[in-house]
Design a protein around this ligand. Sequence first.
Ligand code: PGA
Length: 251
Amino acid sequence: MRKNIVAGNWKMNKTLQEGLALATELNAALANVTPNCDVVIGTPFIHLASITAAIDTNKIGVAAENCADKKSGAYTGEVSAEMVASTGAKYVILGHSERRAYYGETSAILKDKVALALENGLTPIFCIGEVLEEREAGKHFDVVKTQIEEALFNLSAEDFGKIILAYEPVWAIGTGKTATPEQAQEMHAFIRKTIADKYGKEVADNTSILYGGSCNAGNAKELFSNPDVDGGLIGGASLKADSFMTIINAF
Ligand code: PGA
């Protein structure tokens, strides 16, 4: 059966020293407990190697927040999936709405990133979600379905089974305006049905679908109590050990 997962997304926050301090604090907080979910932290590229060396990666998985859509070569400033994997990171966040909106990441690009991530043994945490105008126009289900179809439905059932999805309504990210538990459940159930229609019920039932967008220590429990919400992708509230731990303990 699918896993519950709480994943942090630090975005472009924390120096190497600050990041190491937070990761070590989380590592200590989790040392003598077994949470009822997998724990992942998504950090900037430059933190990855130091953090994987400093923590128990069996307890806390480490994620990059992006990887290149090319294997290797003359792509100045890019970081490949193979390089990410070589740091000891086991996950990569792909298709975050900030990457889509500010860095022009299209489904075609994301499809290549997903393929390279999988080739290199990384687990993609693949983000999908509509903007406010799309929800207000009643198009949110279509938008999310298209995002999944275009970037992921070329995968074999076996490879699709390696994907973690994160539903992040763009209007809820960093705004303090969380989706209601009903809105989250409704969309997560729709996503699961979309997967079932393509790959069958077993694959759909085994796919972890996380909620992201102003999920915090105060609302995580209610969001996670929905049958199709399998955890969270946490931005702002993952930047402090105590709030992130409270979210982990919501399971
Ligand atoms: P937030 O970000 O929790 O700060 O809203 C979530 C995300 O963008 O993954």
